[in-house]
Design a protein around this ligand. Structure first.
Ligand SMILES: [Zn+2]
Length: 259
């Protein structure tokens, strides 16, 4: 039996097609606003999933790299135009502020979409070799976040695929109809980690469900004063933070050494 011939020109995935289309639109806008730049050097346009820097331009000797969050791949022309003006042509502070604010408004309105395009974790298993996160989640909801039980959907929870030395937990917001996701760093699935510390991390991530992200002075605020006040009401908060300061480091170093 012969294998079916492989097509050389594979169709682009819909996301790749969106990115390609946006790139073309950006390049034609550049011709309009900044033809010297297009003529003088080369510009690389990259779509990233970096959600802390949504737009950035680095330039060196006529070579530039424009990095945009994937969210901009489906942005309307007006938004792309704001991005181009913000990065390439705007020298005036007041104007720059207006452009920045309009760009952030677009991001704010499309946050769910941005989040949905973040590499969707297919499934993270909650059972570790030491701790079962599902069990911990239930416990934390029951004991410390009773109002969470009123909501119909419960977040999914699981261990990250790899242990890393940063970010012990992560809250992933998904579009409205799907359950949000809590990912806990696999580094913590270790008998040297006290259960109250994992509980605290799960609790922290769960609070993100109650206190949604907001924007203040042009920045995204994840841990608002209200969030922090509530966080500190956890009876083991101080102990967990103390363990984190004193012991987490040794866990990370031995993890590094084992590699
Ligand atoms: Zn947080």
């Amino acid at each position: 039996m012969t294998a079916p011939p492989k097509s050389l020109a594979r169709p682009l995935s819909s996301q790749a097609a969106r990115e390609k289309n946006a790139e073309e639109r950006i390049r034609s806008l550049l011709w309009r606003y900044q033809p010297e730049f297009v003529l003088a050097g080369s510009l690389e346009i990259l779509f990233t999933r970096n959600s802390s820097t949504l737009v950035s331009l680095s330039q060196r000797k006529g070579h530039g790299t424009l990095r945009l969050h994937v969210l901009f791949s489906s942005a309307p022309a007006g938004v792309l135009e704001d991005v181009i003006r913000f990065c390439f042509t705007c020298k005036d502070q007041a104007q720059s502020k207006i452009l920045r604010s309009r760009i952030l408004d677009y991001v704010g309105e499309n946050r769910n979409q941005a989040i949905a395009t973040v590499a969707r974790p297919a499934c993270y298993a909650p059972e570790g070799s030491i701790y079962d996160l599902e069990e911990i989640l239930w416990h934390v909801i029951r004991e410390y976040v009773p109002e969470r039980r009123l909501k119909r959907t419960r977040p999914n929870i699981g261990w990250s695929k790899r242990a890393t030395t940063e970010l012990m937990g992560k809250w992933i917001e998904t579009p409205r109809e799907e359950a949000n996701i809590i990912v806990i760093n696999r580094l913590l699935d270790d008998e040297r980690v006290p259960s109250y510390y994992i509980e605290y991390i799960v609790y922290h991530e769960l609070l993100h469900d109650l206190f949604s992200i907001s924007r203040s002075h042009g920045r995204w605020v994840k841990h608002s004063p209200e969030f922090q006040t509530r966080e500190k009401t956890h009876p083991l908060y101080a102990r967990a933070r103390e363990w984190e300061t004193r012991k987490l480091h040794s866990l990370s170093t031995s993890e590094n050494a084992a590699k």
